[in-house]
Ligand binder design. Structure first.
Ligand code: V47
Length: 376
């Protein structure tokens, strides 16, 4: 077998030589290394390096989850320019609010179809009270005692704190008491204040986003982290975003996974025409894998980059492709071309074709089933 050193000796971009040396010797990469990795055209070396790190962390395993996404409402007091899902106007024909019964029906369908997780995010509804949000979690937990409830982004936690007058800690303790298990990584967008002023001027900034996640971690609530890329941000802003997440993870260790979210350009106010390219998707995943040496998992979210690129990304640093999801609104309102649900068998096949061993996981990456027996 050809050694990794031998393979990497074919690298053509001299800016990557110091990075190769650091990766092989398990030394932390710098901001400048991140920029050089984003700017390289030597995709083969980037993929080799990222896959080398993934294999060290996760062997040949690649994960998926049987889950359902539920968005209780799209009515939202924020007016983020990149968002095609939410509406500020309750009377907008596309506005909707799910009742508790409708939410429970969706959870029931998910659980009956093998879901171990429900992933719940939605708008900051101006008329919903703190207790309305609490009740969503409470009712799900009452009827479905074992399903993992991953609910409410840091942006929603901040909103719940504001409408209840409770501190972030107190909000989390209430949610935990009624059944919350973990929180998702949405709402991070891009941390750069410059870009944030344009794309999400009213949303909490990066300091609060990370503060909320770190508080969650200290209370034993794990979370994921995201980055929305492919809009107006610069490569420097991407690297800065990723390194801020690395710094937070050094403090708490509570992020299970990092998910680069490819911007979907339709039906919103930003006026960008293009979807991200496959090369940019692969680079962003690979660079994330290399910079985030303290995060266990990197997700290639098939919904936003498509199944084909997600599958290739499993050899570019990703070890997870998310899940069956059962329905999806946020990316599809904004023009995502992928399906809105996925069969488990398809996820297994995508992973096997990438030469990896599929593992159905729970939210915290405990294996539920390993599919190592049959070939593709
Ligand atoms: O916060 C909104 C993003 C996020 C667009 O935690 C958009 O495991 C692209 O966070 N184009 C919600 N993205 C989705 C999310 C997520 C998805 C899958 C797994 C996990 C996880 C989290 O979607 C929002 C925002 O950053 N978003 N509009 C758009 N036009």
């Amino acid at each position: 077998m050809v050694s990794i050193e031998k393979k990497l000796s074919l690298a053509t971009d001299k800016n990557l030589f110091p990075v190769i040396d650091k990766v092989l010797n398990e030394r932390r990469l710098s901001f400048e290394d991140g920029i050089n990795l984003f700017k390289t055209h030597d995709l083969n070396t980037l993929g080799l390096l990222a896959n080398f790190v993934t294999q060290k962390k996760n062997g040949n395993y690649a994960y998926f989850v049987i889950n359902r996404q539920i968005n209780p409402t799209n009515v939202c007091s924020l007016d983020c320019k990149f968002c095609a899902f939410a509406t500020i106007d309750k009377n907008d024909p596309k506005a909707y609010e799910l009742s508790t019964d409708e939410i429970l029906k969706k959870v029931r369908y998910a659980v009956e179809n093998g879901a171990s997780e429900v992933h719940i995010v939605g708008g900051l509804h101006p008329d919903w009270s703190f207790e309305d949000y609490i009740n969503i979690v409470k009712q799900i937990r009452h009827y479905f005692p074992t399903v993992h409830i991953k609910a409410f982004t840091a942006v929603e936690i901040d909103y719940l704190s504001r409408i209840s007058g409770l501190s972030y800690e107190e909000v989390f303790l209430r949610l935990k008491e009624v059944g919350l298990d973990s929180i998702p990584g949405g709402g991070a967008e891009i941390f750069s204040p410059r870009a944030r002023r344009v794309i999400a001027p009213e949303k909490i900034g990066w300091k609060k986003y990370l503060q909320i996640h770190k508080i969650a971690h200290r209370l034993g609530i794990f979370s994921t982290a995201t980055m929305l890329y492919g809009h107006i941000e610069t490569v420097e802003e991407r690297v800065d975003h990723i390194l801020k997440i690395r710094e937070a993870q050094d403090e708490t260790g509570g992020f299970t996974c990092f998910i680069p979210l490819a911007y979907q350009p339709e039906n919103n106010e930003l006026g960008i025409q293009e979807h991200t390219s496959g090369i940019d998707d692969l680079k962003t995943i690979a660079v994330s894998r290399l910079l985030l040496d303290n995060l266990p998992h990197i997700k290639a979210y098939w919904v936003m980059i498509g199944e084909k690129v997600a599958q290739i990304a499993l050899n570019f640093g990703a070890d997870d492709i998310d899940g069956t999801i059962m329905e999806e609104k946020i990316a599809h309102f904004a023009g995502a071309k992928s399906p809105t649900a996925q069969q488990k068998e398809k996820l297994v096949r995508l992973i096997k074709e990438a030469g990896k061993i599929p593992v159905e996981r729970d939210t915290l990456y405990n294996p539920i089933k390993i599919y190592d027996e049959q070939p593709v």
